[in-house]
Every structure is written in C-alpha cells, then in structure tokens.
Design a protein around this ligand. Structure first.
Ligand SMILES: C[S@@+](CC[C@H](N)C(=O)[O-])C[C@H]1O[C@@H](n2cnc3c(N)ncnc32)[C@H](O)[C@@H]1O
Length: 401
C-alpha cells in the first residue's frame, strides 16, 4: 500500500519529499535534548552480537541513512565511541541542524555529513553497521534505496531498518486521505497545517480518529517532549507526508528478499510470539508454518512499526539467536551493553525485558565493568549460573573477545 499526494513520477515525488524536509526538518529536537535516551539500535557492537553472536572488530564503519536532524547520528556516535560515521540525508536544512548537534556534543570530527538521495547513493565504501530509521517508506522507489544500501554493506555487516507497518497506521492513513482530499493547494503548507489542526480540534470527543490523535500526541510527548509533539514538524511528519509506503509483514519481507536482504531478528522480539496472542488455540498453532505465524502476529501484536535487523545473506553457521549456542564459561569476561539501565532493582535491556535483581545480583551487576571474569564476579552464596545465562540470553552483556 502506498500513499502520495499526487500521482507524480519518482523524481518529482523525491523532490516533493525534499521540499517537505527542507521546510520541516525532523526530528524537531533542540540541541542537547533527550540526553538520557540510549536506544539499543544505536549500538553497532550490540547489533553484531545480536545477529552473529560475537562482538565485531573495531573501529566500526557506520552509515546513518536518512539521518534527519542528526539525533539518530548523535546516538550512534555516543554508543560507538571509536566508530567512523557517515550520515546521509536528502535535506540540507536537516543536515545543518545535524552538524550543529554533533558539533555541540563534540563528535563532528568522526562524522561525515553528506547530502544525497538514498535511491542513487554515491559510492561511499562499505559499512559494518547500517542504520536507517523512518526513511525507506518515504522513498518513491524503496527498492532502489534498499538495493543501494545493500551494496554499501560490508561482508558480515548488519543493518537495522525501521519502516512503517500497515496495521500500525490504519488511523493515520485514514486521516491522511481525508486531509489530502480537502487540501486545495499542496504547495501551501500553512493551509495543510491549518486543515490538520482544525480537523482534529473539530472532531467530536471520543471519535476513533480523535482518540488515536490524542494517543499519538501523548506518546510523542513522552518520547520527544511537549514542544516537539506540538510542533508543525511533528504534524507534517505524521499526517501530511508527501510520500509514504505502508507494508504488511509478508510484503516487507518479500521486498527485502527481492533487494538482496535477509531478515534476521526483530528488535522487539518478545512481541513476536504467536502463543501470547492465541493462548487458547495451542492445537491450531502447531499446524501453522513459521511464515503463517509471522503474518498472523503482524495483525495481532500492538501497533508498532517494523524494527528489524537484516543481513545480506543467511549464514547458518553464525549464531542467530545466540541463546541456543553461547554458554557461560567461568573464564569469560562479560561486558555490559551501554543502553542497559538499572532502576532500583530492575535491570532493563531496552527491548522489553526486565530482570528483577536480588540484593546479591544487584551488587554483582554493579561490578560488571568488562574486567573481571564470571568466576571472579561470583560471590559466595546462592548459585548465580541462572543469572549469568539470563544476562547473556537477553542481551544485557556480551563476552569480551
Ligand atoms: C522521519 S525522518 C527520520 C530521521 C532520523 N533517521 C531519525 O530517526 O530521527 C526521515 C528523513 O529521511 C530523509 N529522506 C527522505 N527521503 C530521502 C532520500 N530519498 N534520500 C535520503 N534521505 C531521505 C528526510 O529528509 C528526513 O530527514
């Protein structure tokens, strides 16, 4: 399913997308905003660990494809302190904000910023970690973008792609179609914004689309702050997009495969277990193939976009789901991933798994600094082997190479 405000050719549409992001750079975040946020997908070493079961050789070469105002680039720079980063975007205005953001955080010396169209990416060399969040669905020709990115992936490289899921955006699509049928002059952004605000204000309380809007604003406020959630840029990005594709899971996987990509693991893996949604039908579940299960989960899971790690080809000898293979050995040295957070006695892996710590395991966690082996960290008292295995299985720690 795709949605554009006109039936223009890909070049004109790309130009329209550019005009939009020149005028409304995204995300509309002040420099220094959301310092405490540590997205797991920003960590390239984690991505390699998650997919290959081992930490990558460093320094990593990282591409942020469609970097916007550089918030994602900043998080990549923070999570990968010795990486060389290239950040590409169609919008010069966005790149200027990205430059200021990276300069003020002291990372610009190892970040190259480049204006380019992902559908016709210039030769930039290859990258060990490729990050693209919220971008591919805005390309008039997403296959061209996906193929260009595929050519920029190093052997053993990993990519993280976040794109729009059709079932998560039914209400947004409905509003976009209504607004586009009312919007007389698509060049006139003030008209579009006026229509959008007046439309939501006028909808009766309790209306499905109004409730959805209120929820979207509340979520954006929590994630980006009140100012960004109330901004023109947020309204435009959500309800007045120039070009947008929405995919179901089978459509998304088919497109990836056509472009030389192999889906590997979801970021939000715990949301992709069919038995959690159909617990009353165990006999039926057993008859379904994995492909059928994925398609059903797509319709049943909470309305989230696709946050997926992909590689160029599936290498069955590498460890996809390191749970099955990596075993705790006493001489191994655990290294905590930087985005894991501890609040009181709850350890959060940033991907939906929380471990409740005892007094003993809390003390031990605070000692894991990538220097001591499991054996040295062991305390007299209850056996910790189950705790060590959980830390590995759920990606709280990696093992030092
Ligand atoms: C929603 S923003 C996402 C920004 C950033 N990745 C993030 O997660 O904060 C989408 C970005 O994609 C960029 N973009 C859209 N089409 C593009 C294209 N063909 N080539 C490069 N960048 C593009 C836009 O300019 C915009 O900055």
């Amino acid at each position: 399913m795709s949605f554009t405000h006109s039936e223009a050719d890909p070049q004109t549409l790309t130009q329209n997308v550019r005009v939009q992001y020149e005028r409304f750079p995204f995300p509309p975040l002040a420099l220094g905003a959301l310092e405490q946020v540590k997205p797991p997908q920003a960590d390239g070493a984690f991505a390699h660990w998650y997919i290959h079961g081992r930490l990558p050789k460093r320094p990593l070469r990282i591409l942020d494809a469609g970097c916007g105002t550089g918030f994602s680039t900043l998080k990549l720079a923070e999570a990968n302190p010795d990486a060389e980063i290239t950040a590409v975007d169609l919008s010069q205005a966005s790149l200027e904000i990205a430059r200021a953001r990276l300069t003020s955080a002291g990372h610009l010396h190892r970040v190259k910023l480049l204006r380019a169209d992902l559908q016709a990416l210039p030769k930039l060399g290859t990258f060990d970690y490729l990050h693209s969040s919220g971008v591919i669905h805005h390309l008039p020709d997403p296959a061209a973008g996906l193929k260009a990115l595929r050519s920029a992936l190093a052997a053993e490289g990993v990519a993280y792609l976040m794109v729009y899921a059709a079932y998560a955006r039914k209400e947004i699509l409905a509003v976009q179609q209504i607004l586009y049928s009312l919007w007389k002059n698509p060049e006139d952004w003030n008209e579009g914004l006026m229509l959008c605000r007046t439309f939501f204000r006028g909808l009766p309380e309790g209306h499905l689309l109004k409730r959805h809007y209120q929820r979207a604003i509340a979520v954006a406020t929590e994630m980006m702050g009140a100012e960004a959630a109330a901004s023109d840029a947020f309204l435009v990005d959500t309800w007045l997009q120039r070009c947008e594709h929405l995919w179901t899971q089978p459509e998304w996987f088919a497109l990836l495969s056509q472009c030389g990509w192999q889906p590997r693991r979801w970021l939000d893996e715990q949301a992709w277990n069919l038995a959690d949604y159909l617990p009353g039908l165990p006999d039926y579940l057993q008859t379904l193939s994995q492909t059928e299960q994925l398609a059903l989960i797509d319709q049943l899971r909470p309305p989230q976009n696709f946050a997926l790690y992909v590689t160029s080809h599936f290498d069955p000898t590498s460890v996809a789901g390191q749970q099955a293979r990596v075993r705790v050995r006493s001489q191994d040295i655990p290294v905590p991933f930087g985005f894991v957070s501890l609040q009181e006695n709850l350890l959060d892996n940033g991907r939906g798994i929380r471990l409740e710590l005892t007094e003993q395991t809390r003390r031990v966690w605070l000692n894991i600094k990538g220097q001591k082996s499991w054996a040295e960290l062991n305390e007299p008292g209850p056996d910790l082997s189950g705790f060590w295995q959980q830390l590995l299985d759920y990606g709280f720690v990696a093992l030092k190479n």
